[in-house]
Design a protein around this ligand. Structure first.
Ligand code: C5P
Length: 221
């Protein structure tokens, strides 16, 4: 599977979770480790692609030779993705984007006065959905982490976000999803086709995902 070649292709990959500030010392975040996105960036780079990796804060080092953009919030990720979108052929959105952010991040550290405090949240932009409305030649690949109705929810996201493929995982399974070294996924396509993959490492899964993207790519040309 190293045979297929991404030389001359530009791939934008997002990875990790975003952090939404509550006050200067606190944020809302999630359990994303960035492992899946970084493994994909490494695999794409070694197949000859030009890789732009846009990442939330994680404890991994970016693979050698990739263009790296570090972001904190969903809004920063959106800016970075949109700034690069016209120049790329493929987008893989492996990031676990925070769907909501504190409506009014406090300038000073919040004091522990009340027994119950309420935090108002505002909806974040859906970056991938926005790309779906903007896309021309680009292939759009999304991820769907679900805890129920895996196929139905992932199929709905393909339609809503105009994706070419979605990688769906049931994050309740042991050995799948956030912070795990392995993943158990199903690949869905706009046609309704579903491919089930066995449990494998995120590195092995990256190779499979790139093989599938290569197939989508050559069917286009
Ligand atoms: O959160 P959701 O299940 O809708 O995520 C599906 C896909 O959309 C993922 O690839 C994720 O990176 C992307 N997404 C995004 N912006 C959001 C939420 C999700 O780009 N605000």
């Amino acid at each position: 599977n190293t045979g297929n070649n991404f030389t001359g292709k530009r791939i934008l990959i997002t990875a990790g979770g975003t952090r939404e500030p509550v006050d200067p010392v606190r944020y809302i975040g999630n359990r994303s480790s960035g492992k899946m996105g970084y493994a994909l960036a490494q695999a794409a780079k070694s197949r000859g692609a030009e890789v732009i990796l846009i990442s939330g804060p994680v404890s991994l080092s970016p693979p050698a030779g990739v263009e790296f953009v570090k972001v904190e919030t969903t809004q920063e990720m959106r800016e970075a993705v949109l700034a690069n979108f016209n120049q790329v052929d493929i987008v893989i959105k492996a990031a676990a984007v925070a769907d909501y952010r504190p409506l009014e991040p406090q300038e000073q550290k919040i004091k522990k006065t009340g027994e119950i405090v309420t935090l108002q949240l505002a909806k974040n932009p859906d970056i991938l959905k926005e790309l779906g409305t903007l896309k021309k030649h680009q292939l759009l690949i999304g991820f769907a982490a679900e805890t129920e109705e895996l196929i139905a929810n992932a199929a709905e996201k393909i339609r809503l976000k105009k994706l070419d493929m979605i990688i769906a995982n049931d994050v309740t399974l042991p050995g799948a999803g956030f912070d795990a070294d392995t993943n158990i996924v199903k690949l869905l396509y706009p046609s309704g086709r579903v491919e089930e993959l066995p449990q494998m490492s995120k590195t092995e899964l990256s190779a499979v995902i790139l093989d599938k993207i290569y197939n989508l790519m050559i069917n286009l040309t």
